[in-house]
Design a protein around this ligand. Structure first.
Ligand code: ADP
Ligand code: MG
Length: 409
């Protein structure tokens, strides 16, 4: 499948100074760097550019510093991490107002150097997609390569406006995210099951609407299932729910019924009075909840139903944890479903796709992320892609007609 995307195959990289936009927005707490999956995902791009004679300056954001310099959001702790991946290379960190002196930017660098620029969101104009700022960024390099798939849904200067001033190309991670989505999602074999969880229905409505025509089975879990249970007339005690979304939940259930899609909602749940590890936990059928109960996970009968549904499926799209997995024992629904999905994946009975910040964090905690057929690094961008939105950061990377990226949805 040809993506019509401008990639590293379309440029001579020899002696080019490359503005490489990556998404290194990874957990850093008090200088301690957490999960490095996103860094590892961009290593092939970094290596290929260097092998082909290009020189690299890495640009990323970290968190939401709101346009202010804030040491809490500094990328400095990544110097050591990069030094481990590139032992014979010196990593030069650029902080301060580096865009004011473009002539100094590459000073004292050679093919054995990688520049790491400080958090691009320390400049307030980044998130404004400011043209003047983008022009200054563009003065730092000869070409721009975007490998930050996870930021492509943002109209920010280092993602969008900069492409007005420099020839721009997709990095290998971005390219592979798109080809994988096409291969695993668009061309996913039927029967297709979607398992949607997470805290809120409001953040998943567009995803739900978009996937219904594609799937045969819809599993609903997590906090968002509570609003569906309300829509079906159950009492859910003090559980998290969005009363304003009940009519949408009803619409979605109706849409599934009309088009003969199987919907699996929790039939039993794990309840407690509060979300804490030492709290008293009870498993209840969905029609026996009392007014102080809070649902924090799906129950064993529901897990069994979902496993059966997986047995009937050839493709699984999963987004959203099935319970408040961060607090034990409410991780069981997520854990057992993930374990079964990875088992069937290993046995080549299903193809499994997942994405979403918390979903991937849950899988990583369980050590199961490598056993899915495809795990997107995309988070919010992954969800927007599923929703069928044309993301601003992608649009600018397509050849000829930017709208040609629409063929991907
Ligand atoms: P993703 O980032 O993968 O798209 P979401 O952000 O939609 O996922 O949802 C993840 C959050 O949902 C997690 O923090 C989890 O604790 C929460 N959650 C899931 N089920 C429940 C529940 N029953 N009650 C409260 N929170 C829940
Ligand atoms: Mg989330």
């Amino acid at each position: 499948m040809s993506l019509n995307l401008r990639t590293l195959d379309d440029i001579d990289l020899q002696n080019k100074k490359v503005f490489l936009r990556v998404d290194f927005n990874i957990p850093i707490n008090n200088g301690v760097v957490g999960d490095c999956t996103r860094i590892e995902a961009s290593l092939p791009t970094i290596r290929e550019i260097r092998q082909k004679g290009g020189r690299i300056a890495l640009f990323s954001h970290l968190g939401r510093p709101n346009g202010c310099v804030n040491p809490k959001y500094s990328l400095k702790p990544l110097i050591k991490v990069l030094e481990q991946y590139f032992p014979n290379t010196s990593i030069i960190f650029k902080d301060g107002d580096y865009i004011q002196n473009p002539e100094n930017f590459w000073k004292n660098t050679d093919e054995n150097t990688i520049i790491l620029a400080e958090n691009i969101r320390f400049y307030e104009d980044e998130e404004k997609n400011d043209i003047g700022f983008a022009k200054k960024l563009a003065q730092l390099a000869d070409i721009v390569v975007n490998d930050a798939f996870a930021t492509c849904h943002r109209s920010h200067a280092s993602i969008v406006a900069i492409t007005q001033f420099l020839p721009s190309f997709a990095g290998r991670l971005l390219e592979s995210e798109l080809t994988s989505l096409y291969h695993f999602y668009i061309q996913g074999k039927q029967p297709f099951m979607a398992m949607i969880g997470g805290a809120k229905i409001s953040s998943k409505i567009e995803v739900l609407k978009k996937i219904i025509p594609k799937i045969q089975i819809l599993g609903i879990g997590g906090g968002m299932a509570n609003t569906f249970l309300l829509a079906q007339g159950y009492s859910i005690g003090k559980s998290l729910a969005e009363s304003g979304q009940i009519s949408i939940a009803k619409d979605i259930l109706q849409q599934c019924q009309k088009s003969n899609k199987k919907v699996i909602l929790p039939i039993d749940v794990v309840v407690a009075e509060e979300l804490s590890p030492n709290t008293k936990v009870t498993i209840k059928s969905i029609d026996e909840l009392s007014e102080n109960d809070c649902i924090f996970d799906i129950g064993p009968k529901t897990i069994a139903l979902l496993k059966n549904a997986l047995n009937e499926s050839k493709t699984l799209l999963w987004n959203g944890p099935l319970g408040a997995f961060e607090t034990k024992p409410f991780d069981q629904g997520t854990h057992q479903f993930a374990q079964y999905a990875t088992l069937l994946t290993k046995e080549k009975k299903i193809t499994s796709i997942t994405g979403g910040g918390d979903s991937v964090a849950a899988l990583t905690t369980l050590g199961l992320e490598k056993d899915f057929s495809y795990v997107s690094t995309g988070g919010g961008a992954f969800l927007e892609w599923i929703e069928g939105r044309i993301m601003p950061g992608l649009e600018v990377l397509f050849k000829n007609n930017p709208a040609s990226c629409a063929i991907l949805f």
